[in-house]
Ligand binder design. Structure first.
Ligand code: E4P
Length: 224
């Protein structure tokens, strides 16, 4: 399973790109609006940090298929490097997805809440679908179960579409998606940190340091 960062915060992107095995960065209109800055400058800054080989996802803000396609082409051209346009699931979105596939532009169909939505998006040619895990849990749904059903469907029908699960509240939901066979998750920097943190790890490392220092003081292996 690949890890993608769900933010447009440049400091968070810089940090996570340096320390974590990131496959890319996802944004959506809410995430971009939170930064409240010039759109293209922000996109360029993100691309400069992650480089051309990591995927950058930006969402169209258009409502009709023709305009979605126009905006996706502009985003693809101006973003440079590996790019994938995000399109919310709808009739217009499916029409735009089919057209963009012909044009060779990668598409993620987003705002997915049911396996049926995911299947039809994959049939339209989506490269990725993004089910919203925590938002489903918030309405007493089961986001991880929906993710597992989508993975199952894509396997049954041998569809190349990848499941990129989004909307996470904690590291446990990320783990549940991983064991369900989800291909990628997009998470905030806080969730990434939570994935690798464990109090037993801290205690183990503290023990190693204490035992070493009791014999060798502040000498390290480099000093021998
Ligand atoms: C990503 O593409 C989604 O837009 C995002 O993960 C939604 O997360 P939220 O439910 O925390 O807003």
């Amino acid at each position: 399973m690949e890890y993608i960062l769900d933010t447009a915060d440049l400091e968070a992107i810089k940090h996570c790109n340096e320390f974590y095995p990131l496959a890319g960065v996802t944004t959506n209109p809410s995430i971009i609006a939170k930064e409240n800055t010039d759109f293209w400058t922000l996109v360029k800054n993100i691309r400069d940090i992650i480089g051309p080989d990591k995927l950058f996802f930006a969402q169209t803000v258009q409502k009709t298929a023709d305009k979605m396609v126009e905006e996706a082409c502009l985003l693809n051209e101006k973003t440079g490097g590996k790019f994938c346009v995000k399109i919310p699931i709808s009739e217009e979105g499916l029409k735009a997805t089919k057209r963009l596939k012909q044009l060779g532009i990668k598409v993620l169909v987003t705002a997915i809440f049911t396996p049926a939505q995911a299947l039809i998006a994959a049939r339209a040619g989506a490269d990725y679908v993004a089910p919203y895990v925590n938002r489903l849990d918030n309405i007493i749904g089961d986001g991880c179960y929906v993710v597992s059903e989508i993975v199952k469907q894509f396997n049954i029908y041998n569809l190349p579409c990848k499941v990129l699960a989004a909307s996470f509240k904690n590291a446990e939901l990320v783990h549940k998606c991983a064991v369900a066979g989800c291909h990628c998750v997009t998470v905030t920097d806080d969730i990434l940190k939570a994935v690798l943190s464990h109090p037993m790890t801290d205690a183990a490392v503290e023990g190693f340091e204490k035992d070493w220092e009791s014999v060798y003081g502040d000498k390290t292996i480099l000093d021998f």
